[in-house]
Design a protein around this ligand. Structure first.
Ligand SMILES: [Zn+2]
Length: 73
């Protein structure tokens, strides 16, 4: 069953199910598009990943970027 797309913004920091070979699982979003550019916060390595794959791998948001809408609560 398809899930609605997760809104992603530049400089969002996400925790992924997939860990980088360096052991880090926290990534910052550095490029938006059909492929999303993410940078490993631990080692600084940059990776391109299809949006659908990234959405599947997101465990939670560690931090929202300045462009993300603020929670109205
Ligand atoms: Zn890394």
């Amino acid at each position: 069953m398809p899930r609605p797309p997760i809104p992603l913004y530049l400089d969002d920091v996400v925790v992924l199910r997939k860990t980088h070979p360096c052991g880090g699982d926290v990534w910052r979003i550095v490029r938006l598009g059909a492929d999303i550019g993410i940078r490993c916060v631990k080692c600084g390595r940059r990776v391109l990943i299809p949006r659908s794959a990234l959405e599947r791998d997101i465990k939670r948001f560690a931090e929202r970027g300045p462009l993300a809408p603020t929670d109205p609560t």
